[in-house]
Design a binder for this molecule. Structure first.
Ligand SMILES: [Zn+2]
Length: 75
């Protein structure tokens, strides 16, 4: 999972980063742009590798292998 932190004071957003990197950027941003304001805003998360499409490809590969096996077994 990667996170993106949105500033609650302005339209700043951190780049997509995994782990605590985004939070560190957010804190740095607040220290620089909004001194004295506790870091707020919202956190956006998403999966690093969306699995969409791969399942279908795998199914097609399995079907192809099965077809080959069936064809090879025929007399
Ligand atoms: Zn800001």
């Amino acid at each position: 999972m990667v996170n993106r932190y949105w500033c609650g004071e302005c339209s700043f957003k951190t780049p997509w980063r995994g782990g605590a990197e985004g939070l560190r950027r957010q804190i740095e941003h607040y220290a620089e742009k909004h001194p004295g304001t506790p870091p707020g805003g919202q956190i956006e998360t998403r999966r690093r590798h969306p699995g969409r499409g791969h399942g279908c490809l795998l199914l097609a590969a399995v079907a192809l292998v099965l077809l080959t096996v069936v064809a090879a077994c025929r007399p």
